[in-house]
Structures are given as C-alpha cells and as structure tokens.
Write a protein of this length. Sequence first.
Length: 217
Amino acid sequence: MTSPDDSADWRRRRHRRASPEFARMLNLSDGVFAIAMTLLVLGIDPQAVDLTSIGGVFVDQPGELIGFVISFAVICYFWWIHHRFFAAIGVMEPGLIVLNLTLLGLIALVPFPTSLLSRDPTAQGAVVPYLGLLALIAALHVLLLLRAQKAGAWRVPPPDGLFPWLLAGWGASAAVTALALVLAFFVPVAGLALLVLNWPVEAIVAHRAPQGYSDWG
C-alpha cells in the first residue's frame, strides 16, 4: 500500500531540512563547487615551466595563474552566496531543485572559459564567454531567491520589508556582472576589472538596508 506522500504529484513534494532528500541536494551542491575549484588547477601546465628559474611559473604561465586566481575567487564568492541561501531555507521543492541543478551545471562549466581566459586575459573571445557565464550564474542566484520567496521555503520568513533589500543586494551583483559583460565587448580588460565592483556595491546595499540584513544578505 502506498502512502499519500508516495502517490502525491511530484510537483507538490516538499522536502524538509532534516530529510535525506534535502541533504542529498546540499551534498551534491558542495561537491560540484569543490570539483569545479579543483579542476581549475589543471589549467596550469607543469611541463611548460622552466625549472632553471625560481620564478619560472610566473614567467612561463602568467595567464594560467591569473585565470586560476580569478576563477577560484569567483567560485568561492558564488559558493558563499549559495551557502548563505541554503542556510536560510528550510524546504527543498521541485522549483528550487531545477534552478539549483541548472546553477550547478553552470558552475561545473567555469573551468572551460577559464582555460580560454588563461590563454589571453585581454582577448574579447576569452573574456566575453567568461563574463557571460558569470552573468548567468548571478542571475540564477536571483531566481533562486525569488523562487524561495514564492514557495515559502524559508526556515524563518524574512522580516517585513527586508525581502526587497535582499533582492536589491543579490540583484546588484547580477547587474554589475551584466554591465561588465557589455563593457567587455568594447574593452575586454575593463569588463574583467569591473567585477571588483561587486563587493563595494553590495556593501552599499548592506549599509543602507534595515537592521537584520546581514543575517540574510
């Protein structure tokens, strides 16, 4: 005999935080982030380094090192956002699962455009695909936030008036990355450098937001 939950429409299934299903999605997410970070180092070729010089790796593989540092920092940044999001939700439901899996697919793809960036961090054909991918990832984080609000998936609902500030903070990151992408079509290096604005822009939103924003944003 099947239980009511087993026979329910999968689209209505909601997995609480303590359930195995929630834990599996969380473990999968952390695993994908960790593997993407690890794969970045494969872009540095030890066979191309001149061992007769102490600083050979900095001379022979400068682009590869730049690509590694930038992408490692970017993935860590996205992981932190993802970590804060998962800490705030208490329910996993189909909409969040689909969006999260899409996000993980894009995170897993980061090492590929990083390899292009490593070849020439100033080339439009390397910077534009890289920033395009980051813009999609930033946009998906915003969609996750909106879906959690719509589905009532929070462990504790945000205080009244706080959600628009959360949306502004996460949306600011997506907007800066999108602006960097547009700029990269004209000046690739400037588009790449513009990513640094993510931190001050988010800090401004956090400074102006109501009390309690830091517990969510």
